[in-house]
Design a protein around this ligand. Structure first.
Ligand SMILES: CCCCCCCCCCCCCCCC(=O)SCCNC(=O)CCNC(=O)[C@H](O)C(C)(C)COP(=O)(O)OP(=O)(O)OC[C@H]1O[C@@H](n2cnc3c(N)ncnc32)[C@H](O)[C@@H]1OP(=O)(O)O
Length: 294
């Protein structure tokens, strides 16, 4: 299975133009975190390394096809003394599948405060799981290099009235290079994992069509994605076939290192023929894996 360094290895095809993939996947559509991570890497490649990403805001416009390459076209919106901004459009066959604006900063001095990390068991006190929380389903193979330990509680999903929140410890299970851009892209990748699942937890196992629609991410403090991060996820709202989700990421020292917000499609599914036998990113667990709500 392709690892993160290969996912982030972009070919430069021209000035401010990069190409990624194809990356094998068992899903019919490209994982959104992958496209966002690659586009962020394309933006970072056009900047001096003294700048590091502090935020990104993106829209998933069309489903990506994992078995085809993706072009990443970078526009230099502004180069300032402290902040630089890039817009990246990810394209397949000439059509935009994703667009993101990413901003980079080189450090200033200022005040410091943060919220406390929730009190949770340490990752070493929680068993490793190859299942997605609340679903009893195996993770897709492309996530196999990621280690996940679910904080007990969220596995009681699909019970009406269950809280729309879940927490997991997560890290990339192999050493990553000492390159801040790689760690920012790795966090971008993982930040799309399971986040929409938090919105699914209070609802019965009715079939829904799910996909990330937009994604915002703020990098707040230095971190490593190959060390444990607590991913605290909550969905404040679901309505009109869309769910809002938010996430916070803490390192093991309790430092708040990143914050995420996303709106996802979560509409009742109309049965459709699936293409080529690949799995759509369906937020519909098989009934046999769902805990009995009684
Ligand atoms: C399986 C294992 C997973 C494990 C499960 C674990 C869960 C627990 C953790 C989750 C973890 C994963 C999380 C990953 C999250 C991403 O990675 S998702 C990937 C990234 N995001 C995307 O790819 C979204 C890209 N954007 C789009 O696809 C499009 O913008 C949108 C959102 C579909 C909207 O486009 P649109 O043209 O306005 O769409 P629309 O016309 O409404 O419909 C499009 C198609 O759907 C059909 N459709 C419309 N309404 C419906 C409906 N209600 N029902 C069915 N079809 C419909 C339409 O007829 C149309 O069909 P075609 O004509 O194309 O055949």
């Amino acid at each position: 299975m392709t690892g993160l360094p290969e996912v982030l290895a972009l070919d430069e095809t021209g000035p401010d133009r990069f190409r990624s993939g194809p990356i094998p996947s068992e899903w019919a559509r490209t994982f959104g975190g992958q496209i966002a991570a690659q586009s962020l890497m394309a933006a970072a490649r056009t900047l001096d390394r003294s700048y590091s990403a502090h935020s990104l805001h993106g829209y998933f416009l069309r489903p990506g096809r994992p078995h085809e390459p993706t072009g990443h076209l970078v526009e230099r919106l502004r180069d300032g003394g402290s902040f630089c901004t890039r817009r990246v459009t990810a394209l397949q066959a000439g059509e935009a599948i994703f667009t993101v604006t990413a901003s980079f900063h080189r450090g200033d001095e200022g005040f410091s405060h943060q919220v406390d990390m929730p009190a949770v068991p340490a990752p070493d006190d929680i068993p490793e799981s190859d299942r997605i929380n609340g679903w009893g389903m195996p993770r897709p193979a492309e996530w196999s290099h990621w280690e996940m330990r679910w904080v007990p509680g969220g596995e009681r999903g699909h019970v009406p009235g269950a809280p729309a929140c879940q927490r997991m410890w997560i890290r990339y299970g192999r050493p990553l290079p000492d390159d801040g851009a790689v760690h920012a892209c790795a966090l971008t990748y993982l930040s799309d994992m399971a986040l929409l699942g938090s919105a699914r937890l209070p609802h019965p196992p009715t079939a829904v069509q799910g996909a990330s629609l937009d994604h915002s991410l703020w990098f707040l403090r230095p971190f490593r994605a190959d060390e444990w991060l607590l991913y605290d996820q909550v969905s404040p709202s679901a309505e009109h076939g869309r769910a809002l989700t938010r996430g916070r990421l803490f390192d093991t020292g309790g430092r708040l290192v990143a914050a995420v917000a996303q709106e996802g499609l979560m509409r009742f599914d109309r049965p459709r023929p699936t293409e080529g036998g690949d799995r759509e990113i369906s937020l519909s667990p098989p009934a046999s894996t769902v805990p009995d709500p009684r």
